[in-house]
Design a protein around this ligand. Structure first.
Ligand SMILES: Cc1ncc(C[n+]2csc(CCOP(=O)(O)OP(=O)(O)O)c2C)c(N)n1
Ligand SMILES: [Mg+2]
Length: 247
């Protein structure tokens, strides 16, 4: 939350903002402001884990708008060639900034993109949390057993527009309403209660705890200082000879 507010206590010291969350200690390397660019980063991180002979697996997330990006295809090729421990997770919510996948990609069954690289791939119902968990567990197992990368097309939906200035003329209100009925949180709550895993009161208590964490995070962010001016060029990759730098 502090990073969102651009505060010095944020995970990227307030210099990343919403686009560049980063936490080295947490092994968390993005957000990325450039659509698709994190696919190259994720592949490189997988190369590093492989090189260091660790048991770690990279989960590399991207939206449906990253499909036509050249870096996706180059990364898929190298990841297969080098048998890297990476899971490419396409969160297919069917829309990019203001365009549906149908209008930008000739391949509508996104998981089929893996076939061009002989990469194991799966289409997953993203509205069922347990289905998602199982698919990821299978892919992680494959990677840990030296079976290399997996492409998961996880189908989901975006209820809101890309931003507050998105008039959402590319879809109907009925379509949004239909997906809301299949909301994964509603589905998992129903499942938990139907199977008596937890009671309505226990779920309410979890909601309350979550609200408290969110409020505490917002208060922490609001009360934190902005980064000091002296921080502006620290931790930023720049050419020290670049002319605007004056001591
Ligand atoms: C290379 C590049 N082109 C354009 C943009 C502007 N842009 C920001 S988000 C976005 C659409 C992203 O859509 P998707 O990948 O489907 O992600 P979603 O927001 O639906 O999860 C675009 C085109 C950008 N950030 N980078
Ligand atoms: Mg999308």
């Amino acid at each position: 939350m502090a990073e969102l507010y651009g505060k010095a206590t944020g995970c990227a010291k307030g210099k990343g903002g919403s686009m560049h969350f980063f936490g080295k200690n947490e092994n968390f390397f993005g957000g990325h402001g450039i659509v698709g660019a994190q696919i190259g980063t994720g592949t490189g991180l997988a190369f590093a884990e492989n090189y260091k002979e660790t048991d770690n697996v990279v989960l590399c997330f991207f939206g449906d708008d990253a499909l036509p990006a050249g870096i996706l295809h180059e990364s898929f090729n190298l990841a297969m060639l080098w048998n890297l421990p990476v899971i490419y997770i396409c969160e297919n919510n069917h829309y990019a900034m203001g365009t549906s996948v149908q209008r930008t990609s000739n391949v509508r069954e996104i998981h089929q993109l893996g076939e061009g690289y002989s990469m194991p791939s799966e289409k997953v119902d993203g509205m069922h949390p347990e289905t998602v968990h199982d698919a990821i567990a299978r892919a992680v197992k494959r990677a840990r057993e030296k079976g290399g990368p997996t492409l998961l097309e996880i189908n989901t939906y975006r209820y809101k527009g890309h931003s507050i200035s998105d008039p959402q003329k590319y879809r109907t209100k009925d379509e949004v309403a239909e997906y809301r009925l299949k909301d994964p949180i509603i589905q998992i709550k129903t499942h938990i209660q139907d199977d008596s895993i937890a009671s309505a009161d226990e779920l309410k208590a979890i909601d309350t705890r979550v609200d408290e964490v969110v409020v505490a995070s917002v208060v922490f962010a609001e009360e934190s200082p902005f980064p000091d001016d002296s921080e502006v060029l620290k931790d930023v990759y720049i050419d020290q000879n670049y002319p605007f730098i004056v001591d």
